[in-house]
Design a protein around this ligand. Sequence first.
Ligand code: NDP
Length: 498
Amino acid sequence: MPHDGAPGSAAAVNGKSDDPSSIRQRKNPILNGDSQALIANDGHIVFSELGKEVDKKLDTHQGWEFGGPPGVTAMILGFPVLMYYLWICLTFYDGQLTHPESIDDIVPFFSRMWQHVKQDAAPTPYAFAIYTGLMAIQLLLAFIMPGYKQEGLPVPSLDYKTLTYNCNALASWYATLIIAATLHWNGIFRLTEIIDNFGSLMTVSMIWANIVSVYMYVSTVARGEQIRMSGNLIYDFFMGACLNPRIGSVDLKMWAEVRIPWVLLFLISVSGACKQYETFGYVTPNMAFMVLATGLYINACAKGEECIPQTWDMFHEKWGWMIIFWNFSGVPFTYCYSIVYMAANDPKKYEFSTPTYIALYTTLLCAYYVFDTSMSQKSRFRMQMQGTYQPRWSFPQLPWGTLTNPQYIQTEHGNRLLISGWWAFLRKPNYTADYIQSLSWSLCIGAASPIPYFYPVFFFAVLVHRCGRDFERCERKYGKDWDKYCSIVRWRFIPGIY
Ligand code: NDP
C-alpha cells in the first residue's frame, strides 16, 4: 500500500484492516473543535458530530454559484435562444454558423431567425402528443415495472434517513424498446417522425421544462419543504427548492435524469438511422456509431441505476430549472446534432476510411469501459461502506466494475474517500471518460459541420465548473482530509498533466 495512515494524522488511510471498534479523537479542521469520528462495530460508516455539523452548514446557502442572479438569468434566457440558433444553422444553413452579413442586415437577420422558429418549431398539437406521450409512458413504466430496491445515501436534511429507490429503469428501457419497435413496424408511429418534427418537439420540451420547474418550485415552497435557499427568487428558481421530489415510489429527479433525456436521445438516433435508410437505402457507419453510443449510454444508466443515488445530482443538486430544463430539453435536443446533420446530408460529406472507423469505434468502447467501471467502482464502494451493496446481474457487468478490498481514506467527517481502482489515478476518472465519449459523438461527422461540437465544448465547461463546485464543497466538508486525499490522488482529469 503506497500511503500510510499514521496515527494522529488528520486522515488515516485504511484498507480492510480498519479496526472496527476504533473511535478516534481528531482535531476539527473546519470548526476548530474536537469531535469523534465513529466507525460502527460492523465496519460501516457512522457520521461524527463534527460531520453532522458540517453537513448542516452545507445545507444552507453558502454563496452564489453560476454567476449569481445575473448569471442564472442569462442562462434561463440564453439557453433556449442558443438552442434555436444552433438548430436553425444545422437545419437551414447546411450546418454552418449563420450571421448578419452587414450592420444593415442585423434586423433582417433576426427576422429570418424568428421566421424559422415560427414556421418550423411551432409547438404543434402533434408534437405535444408525441412528447407528452413519451413522458406519460415513461412515468407509467416507472410506477408499474418491477424494480431492484436500492437504499440511497443518508440524507443530512432528513436526519440521515436513507430513501429507497425503486430501480426499474432497465425493465422500463426494455419495455420502451418493445413499444417503440411495435409502434414503428405497425405504422402507428414511424420513428422518423421524431426527426421530421424536431423543431416543434424541441419547443414542446422547453414548454414542459418550464411548466414542471414552476410547479415544483411553487409546490415545494407552499409545502415548506425548501432547502438551501438564497432568498433571491430567480436564483432559487434556477437552483431549485426541493432535494428529493417524489410521487409515491417514483423519485422524480432520478426518473427525469434517466427516462427522458437518454431514452429520447436514443430514439432520436434510431429515428436518424431510419431516416437515412428511407432516404439513401442504407445506414452509414457514422449513424450506426451514434445508435451504439447513445444505446450504450442509456443502457449504462438503466442497468446501473442503483449507482445513480450516489451521484452529485441525486444527493446534492436540487430539482430546479437548471436540471429540469437540461433533462427535458437540453440533453436530448443538443447532444444529438451529429444525428440531425447526418439524417439530412449526403453521406459523402462525412465518409471516413476503414481505419478511421476502427479508431472511432475503439475510442468509444474504451472510453465507455472506463466510464462504466469508474462510476460503478465508486458507487459500489460507497454502498459497501454503507452496508447496502448487493451484486446486481444486469447486462453487461464489466470486469473491474467492483473493487475487492478497496483502499480508502477515513475522514474525520465519517465518510470514506476511495483511492483504489481508477480512483487511484484520477480524482475524476468518470468525467475524463465521459468527456471522451462526448467528443467522439461529434468526431463521427468529422469536419462536415461545427454545430455538433457544441456538446463537447459545452460539456467541457460543465465538467470543469462542476468539478470546481464539487471540490470546493469537498474542501469545506473534509478540510485537511481533503488536502490529504488531493496529495495522494494528485491529478484531476489527465494523469501527469492536470
Ligand atoms: P462524481 O461521481 O465524481 O461525484 C462527486 C461526489 O462523489 C463528491 O461530491 C463526493 O461526495 C464523492 N466523491 C468524490 N471523490 C470520491 C472518492 N474518491 N471516494 C468516494 N467518494 C468520492 O460526479 P457526478 O456525480 O457529478 O457525476 C456522475 C457522472 O455523471 C459523471 O460521469 C459525469 O460525467 C456524468 N454527468 C453527465 C452529464 C451529461 O450531461 N452528460 C452531466 C453531469 C454529469 P461526498 O460529499 O458524499 O463525499
